[in-house]
Design a protein around this ligand. Structure first.
Ligand SMILES: Cc1cc2nc3c(=O)[nH]c(=O)nc-3n(C[C@H](O)[C@H](O)[C@H](O)COP(=O)(O)OP(=O)(O)OC[C@H]3O[C@@H](n4cnc5c(N)ncnc54)[C@H](O)[C@@H]3O)c2cc1C
Ligand code: FES
Length: 218
């Protein structure tokens, strides 16, 4: 765990509200680990999944409030990390289902684990996405129904999208979910990210963010 400053290399707009920020620095991290980024809009740092884009360290940012709006305006960001456990997939053929803001994370995952990646987006992206992509809820559901022959799935996105994907996939293979609990410290100190699971209380910043879906949902 380190503190670092990150200088922006590129800001790539993916849609009305979603961006990729690439950085000049390099950080060693494992897939699905995240950093806690300082904003001037809150005393609490904000978690963002680490990934790669254009051969650089990168994060995806969906602007949903003051902290994310601040982040895409800054040339320099201050953060600590990497936080969380890296995701290590089980044996077999895997598919990662993610939203547009997760592109850098899933790009890194695919390079490391040679899994398939499928992106679900609310809007048509403004750039060409290097993975199969579906736009809209109906197309997303159809895509989930068409996924067969996989041993495991990893779902990364919003709470609602993750639950829909879990319900559609739970009988087709082992489903892992990157949970979006509120995080304040990212290091297991504040207990803010506690999640009740079938195996007791877990703190997602140190035990996650990825858990088996069945640990949390039926
Ligand atoms: C492990 C993890 C990885 C994440 N990775 C990404 C990512 O790669 N790209 C991305 O766009 N978003 C990611 N998020 C979500 C991102 O952290 C929130 O969207 C961001 O903190 C919102 O801040 P805001 O000030 O813009 O919005 P606010 O107006 O402060 O809040 C809007 C909503 O964002 C969520 N949120 C706010 N603060 C936090 C916090 N400290 N911790 C968790 N959620 C919060 C809450 O659901 C809240 O209702 C991740 C969340 C987690 C838990
Ligand atoms: S965010 Fe503080 S304990 Fe997890």
């Amino acid at each position: 765990m380190e503190n670092f400053s990150l200088s922006r290399c590129e800001l790539i707009q993916l849609s009305e509200d979603t961006f990729i920020v690439t950085f000049n620095e390099r950080i060693d991290f494992e897939p699905t680990q995240f950093i806690m980024i300082e904003t001037e809009t809150s005393i609490v740092r904000k978690p963002f999944g680490l990934g790669r884009w254009n051969d650089r360290l990168a994060i995806g940012v969906q602007v949903i409030g003051p902290g994310t709006a601040y982040m895409v305006q800054q040339e320099k960001l201050y953060a600590h990390g990497p936080c969380g456990r890296g995701f290590v997939p089980p044996e077999g053929r895997g598919a990662v289902i993610a939203t547009l803001a997760c592109l850098p994370m899933v790009f890194d995952l695919q390079e490391r684990y040679n899994c398939d990646v499928l992106i679900g987006s609310v809007d048509e992206p403004w750039i060409e996405v290097p993975f199969p992509l579906v736009v809209g809820d109906e197309a997303f559901l159809k895509m989930l129904q068409s996924l067969n022959g996989y041993d495991w799935f990893l779902v990364i996105g919003s709470d609602q999208m993750e639950k829909i994907a879990y319900d559609a996939l739970k009988n087709k293979g082992e489903v892992f979910v990157s949970f979006n609990e509120y995080m304040a410290c990212g290091i297991g100190a504040c207990r803010g990210c506690a999640k009740v699971t079938k195996h007791g209380l877990k703190h997602l910043c140190i035990d996650g963010p990825v858990l088996r879906g069945e640990e949390v949902w039926n």
